[in-house]
Unconditional design. Sequence first.
Length: 295
Amino acid sequence: MSIKIEMLRCFRTVADHGSLAEAAAVLGRTPSAVSMMLKQFEDHIGAPLFETARKSRLTPLGELILHEAGRGLSHFDRTLVAIEGLSRAERGHVRLAVTPSAAQVIMPPVLERFLRERPGVRIDLTDSDSVTVQQDLMAERADIGLASLPPLPGLERDLLLTDAFGLVCRADDPLTGTWPKDGWRALGDTPFIANGLCRYITDPDFAPVLSAAPLMVRNTASILSLVLAGVGVTVLPELTVLPGYHDLAFLPLPGAGARRELWMATQPAHLMTPAALVLAEAIRNAHPATARHDA
């Protein structure tokens, strides 16, 4: 017969309380059942663990075994707590890949509440452009991705929000007084800073502006810093600029304009931890008007 965890727990409880009756009450068993389990343990050890039948004093071997049993039970109990915490989404690790605007606008209130309710969960958040977010999702380096994403094989998508594209320039740029009545021609020789989201602008008059762009920059913070420095102008969704950039102007595009769609994509449920599933649901609940689209 092998030593069972119940034997160790029974032995420790009897040693702690000094009597079979008190140990039985703590364990929720009869004294005879406790006595039988303790005898099985002693038979396996091949030596008595208590000096007398009253179980009030341990033998020298019993003292040594009690120490080891206590260590083993403490480790076992910690393991149970960890396993149960993982299953209840109270522990775990969630990998997020998001665009800067999602990191600034969507995630702060969601993460504040999530981490307050689940302080044992560790979040690994990286912010990058939509192309990199897509690559991280497809390579399973991210559990949840928030970006402008196409349908991705095997992943689920939720449309979180849409916002308008606009021309972004310094607040003191003369364009703020001439845009949009002259359209893209108003840019003249002003350098245009291209970025990965420009592909969503389908206005044919914009194509020559994009093709002539002397700069291609993928990091939003870098783009905005360049615009602030007067290097050029760019086109970005509204939420990438507001709030916080008071020295910049966001000018709506001519006509109906284009809109950016911000999607959440998640790995299949069986590849996600319970904590990741709960966080994804929290993000969905922050935007309850949207529906799920299975890719």
